[in-house]
Design a protein around this ligand. Structure first.
Ligand SMILES: CC(C)(COP(=O)(O)OP(=O)(O)OC[C@H]1O[C@@H](n2cnc3c(N)ncnc32)[C@H](O)[C@@H]1OP(=O)(O)O)[C@@H](O)C(=O)NCCC(=O)NCCS
Length: 168
């Protein structure tokens, strides 16, 4: 594996949409979705439509120039809240790794790179929503996200960037 992680740019929109499908339909034994389906649902589409907005920040994992994973954050507003909405100044995280590449540390590397980029950008916190039985939750806890709320059975988690632990 020759893994490269780089900042996401405007050309990555279609790949991020694929990853959003993976995140929305994460259960291995659950239903599968399509990009068209996700984009037709405003509560999912708003994580990606119009990529890349000025405040959007993301990272892409590449193997041999092929994108294999992504993590990004986007600011949403009080009137257009995401599942993990905390406030209008805290962008919300979405992430995923192409199925064949999971379980090899790529998710951790992406998250680590995104957190570094967010700090560089001067962001003070990131939020997300995760279902309690998604193993992504342990990844989030490992980098310092903590549960701040529970909404509709999902956990809202917050990472305060100045308190983040470095898991090495
Ligand atoms: C969640 C996800 C991004 C993690 O990416 P990854 O590259 O597989 O993650 P890593 O290899 O860095 O492993 C992260 C942790 O998950 C664990 N893990 C990975 N695959 C696993 C599996 N199939 N079952 C259980 N645990 C698993 C790893 O052991 C590791 O745990 P640790 O931090 O305690 O060591 C990826 O699995 C994915 O795309 N899932 C579907 C999309 C999704 O659920 N997105 C998040 C929505 S909130």
């Amino acid at each position: 594996m020759s893994l490269i992680i780089r900042r996401a740019d405007a050309s990555d929109g279609p790949f991020l949409a694929e990853i959003l499908v993976a995140a929305a339909f994460w259960r291995p034994d659950g239903p599968n979705g399509s990009v068209a389906e996700v984009l037709s649902q405003p509560e999912l589409a708003h994580y990606i439509t119009g990529w890349q907005r000025p405040d959007d920040l993301g990272v892409i994992a590449l193997d041999e120039q092929q994108p294999i994973g992504a993590a990004w954050v986007r600011l949403l507003s009080e009137s257009d809240r995401g599942y993990g909405f905390v406030d209008a100044a805290t962008p919300e995280l979405s992430m995923g790794v192409v199925r064949a590449w999971r379980g090899r540390g790529i998710g951790f590397r992406l998250l680590d790179a995104l957190i570094d980029a967010a700090r560089e950008q001067g962001l003070t916190a990131l939020s997300l929503s995760v279902e309690p039985d998604n193993y992504a939750r342990h990844l989030y806890e490992r980098v310092g996200f903590r549960k701040v709320d529970e909404v509709g059975g999902s956990l809202t988690m917050l990472l305060r960037l100045h308190e983040s632990i470095d898991a090495g």
